[in-house]
Design a protein around this ligand. Sequence first.
Ligand SMILES: [Fe+2]
Length: 235
Amino acid sequence: MGGKVIDFHTHILPGIDDGSRNIDTSCRMLEMAVEQGVEIIIATPHFYASRDRIEHFMEKRECAKAALLEKLRDFPLQLKCGAEVAFFRGISRAEKLHDLTVEGTELLLLEMPFVPWEASDIDEVATLAEERGFHILLAHLERYLDIPGNKRRIEELLELPLHVQINAESLTDWRRRGRLVRMFRDGQAHVLGSDCHSLHRRPPNLAEGRAVLEKKLGREFLERIDKGGCELLGI
Ligand SMILES: [Fe+2]
């Protein structure tokens, strides 16, 4: 059996972060995702430990999810909730982090800082992946590739048992496309996300990224990515 088309990174839940502003926008984003063949959408609102508590975040997320689930009856698509967890010093010791994994999994979408990383940052990710049992999914790794001084840290990170998510939009950028396609080919990138925030600025665009991967690596390779995505979700 083939895999399913999964969007691993979205800000589709209404009114919870800088993504969808209201339920109407979320519904139109869902429509766009369905048109693009998405079968499972993972809602990953931003979580910043410096601004929010996990309990409060979970309450807000449940409300937003309930509102969207009511509308979801009209869509042939499955919704799962997670979070885009911004890395912070001490994250490897944080309690209740499991609440932020994608529902029914140990998968944690981790957003690394947009500044040069310290060796201790990599150690903390290693602790999460190797000692605390999280399946780490690094959000949009391509956004960190050119941070000065980060090259070695990225190599260290990629040696850890974790997975890498790339934004579909980055594959449509001809300057970055070649390098990212090679990362998929070489097993250094694993799944796509739209990282959609609204209808116009960063819209649902998974199909565009998938088209690039299919053109460059072939249909079978894309199916392997879909299967790998299902494995990450344990389905
Ligand atoms: Fe995001």
